[in-house]
Design a protein around this ligand. Structure first.
Ligand SMILES: [Zn+2]
Length: 178
């Protein structure tokens, strides 16, 4: 079967954080028994924190939690990353300046990815705007930190709000199909 992910990503290109912030979030998740404290091979291509019993309290349909799957954990990304939707693709990218949909034009995330800029150049009106000001449908995320849950059902809004408060930053919810 194919895997899917839900990523919670701060809506800023450069989120200022250090190891303490990441450890505090992890400790909070472990204290609620949402994930295990140790890294393990529970996500694709990387190490993550495996699902634990408390996960049932933060999703709306706990019967769909991936306890029986090997790919079931939380991945914490701590480098500049485009959190895209994978096979879910992209339908619309709306420029904040000209409000045109640029999805079928030549848009280029390279400069953003390499950290040269936090902006994206609109190929239609040639205006550069902060990438967060563009509307990506479905939602994408652009940040140097992100929390990705592998094969988990929808997270409860209360949980997302709680994480938002801990990070003191609005979060994009990015759903990807691998
Ligand atoms: Zn434009």
């Amino acid at each position: 079967m194919s895997d899917y992910t839900i990523s919670l990503v701060p809506k800023v290109s450069r989120y200022v954080f250090d190891e303490v912030v990441v450890n505090d979030i992890l400790k909070w998740l472990v204290s609620k028994d949402i994930v295990k404290a140790e890294l393990s091979h529970c996500i694709l291509g990387n190490l993550g924190y495996a699902i634990s019993d408390g996960a049932q309290y933060i999703v709306s349909e706990p019967q769909f939690l991936p306890y029986q799957l090997d790919t079931n954990g939380l991945e914490i990304t701590t480098e500049r990353t485009v959190f895209d939707t994978g096979q879910n693709g992209i339908d619309r990218i709306i420029c904040p300046s000209c409000t045109e949909n640029i999805v079928d034009n030549e848009w280029d995330l390279d400069s953003w990815c390499q950290g040269f800029t936090n902006n994206l150049l609109c190929p239609i009106c040639s205006t550069e705007s902060e990438i967060q000001q563009y509307v990506f449908e479905p939602q994408w995320g652009f940040c140097n930190i992100g929390f990705t849950f592998w094969n988990w059902p929808e997270l409860k809004p209360e949980f997302i709000v709680e994480l938002q408060e801990k990070l003191n930053c609005d979060l994009a919810v990015v759903r990807s199909h691998i």
